[in-house]
Ligand binder design. Sequence first.
Ligand SMILES: [Zn+2]
Length: 105
Amino acid sequence: MALYGIYGRHEIDACPINNSKNRKMMTDIGHRDMKEVAPKYKINKIIGRFHSALEHTFLWIVDAEDPHLIQQLAIDGGVASFNEVKIVPLIEFENVVKMLEKMDN
Ligand SMILES: [Zn+2]
C-alpha cells in the first residue's frame, strides 16, 4: 500500500462553477466508473475525494502503485488542463511515530 495525496488548485475563472467547458469535464469525470479506470493507472483504491469549492482546491487520496501513472491520469482525464496538480507521498501518523522512534537521540 502506498498512499498519495493529489492536491489541486485552479484560478477562479477556470473554476467549473464559472467555466462551462471545465464544468462538463468535471461532470463527465463524476459519472465515470472509476473501477474501470483505476486499474489502468495502478490505483488500488480511492480513499477519499475532497473539494473546497470557494478555495478552488481539492485533495484526493489514493492507494496507488506509481505516482507517474497518477500524473498520467491527471493529464488523460483533463484535470491537469486547468489545475495545478501536486502528487505527494503520504504516510499515516502512526507510521510517522514509528519512524521517529527508530531515529537516534
Ligand atoms: Zn473552483
